[in-house]
Design a protein around this ligand. Structure first.
Ligand SMILES: [Zn+2]
Length: 251
């Protein structure tokens, strides 16, 4: 019964069903719907200053990860936030904001490799469970807040509505919801291996994350890449260790 309820919540809230309820094919087809929805909500840039950079790097990293680029779809969204995301069914996107702080192709390869790794390691399927549980928490809090309101107490009711809107936004931007730290570090390490195989300088991954830490300090709202990723020292330490294992010594 509990499993059924969680499955139902997964469908209702995220339009991304739980891994236990559906096959990878179903998850990929749900993700296709999410991808279409985000494209309706957010403008995709056709500015070659962005698209030509990503179109150059993405196929190289994909091939290095053992993938056929023609089986993948990617886009650059017009959005100043320092963000990127991936979806099951071989899709990923970067925002113009994150491309703006990338100094070279190796830094683009850092993020492409990270996002491709999220897909290849099936992190979305694994995280859906946690998100559903978290959102049940949000909804539980909404119901508790609403139920506790005296009739006519507008301030109290508004708080409940705000909580409900937060839950709605989470559903729409489910693609941007955080992965666990374990999955983040796993994607970092795999991404570094892909960029190394592709011939990019892996030390640029460390330079990029340091740059992210500086740039995200001024961001108005949390981005997947800014607030929910592992603390930057831990991430840089992990990347440095992997770079050394690959025979590179970074500053
Ligand atoms: Zn990530």
């Amino acid at each position: 019964m509990a499993g059924f309820l969680r499955c139902l919540f997964g469908l209702a809230i995220f339009a991304l069903p739980l891994a236990g309820c559906v096959t990878d094919d179903q998850l990929a087809s749900q993700a296709t719907g999410t991808w279409r929805k985000i494209k309706q909500e957010k403008p995709v840039t056709t500015d070659p200053r962005y698209t030509s950079r990503l179109n150059r790097v993405a196929p190289i990293v994909l091939r290095a990860s053992g993938q056929d680029p023609s089986q993948w779809e990617w886009a650059v969204f017009e959005d100043d936030s320092l963000n990127a995301f991936a979806l099951p069914g071989n899709k990923f996107a970067l925002f113009t904001g994150i491309l703006d702080i990338m100094e070279n192709d190796a830094q683009i390869a850092t993020v492409v490799g990270h996002e491709v790794a999220h897909v290849l390691y099936r992190h979305s399927a694994k995280r859906t469970n946690q998100n559903v549980l978290a959102s049940v928490g949000v909804i539980g809090a909404t119901i508790a807040l609403g139920a506790g309101c005296e009739s006519g107490d507008r301030a109290c009711q508004q708080r409940s509505e705000t909580a409900a809107q937060v839950a709605g936004a989470a559903a729409l931007y489910g693609a941007l919801l955080p992965y666990s730290r374990k999955h983040e570090l796993e994607a970092d390490v795999a991404g570094l291996q892909y960029m190394n195989t592709a011939g990019y300088d892996v030390c640029e991954a460390i330079a990029f994350w340091n740059q992210m830490t500086r740039a995200s300090a001024g961001q108005p709202r949390p981005a997947e890449f800014a607030s929910t990723h592992p603390a930057s020292e831990r991430r840089v330490r992990t990347l440095r260790a992997e770079a050394e294992r690959l025979g590179k010594s970074c500053r």
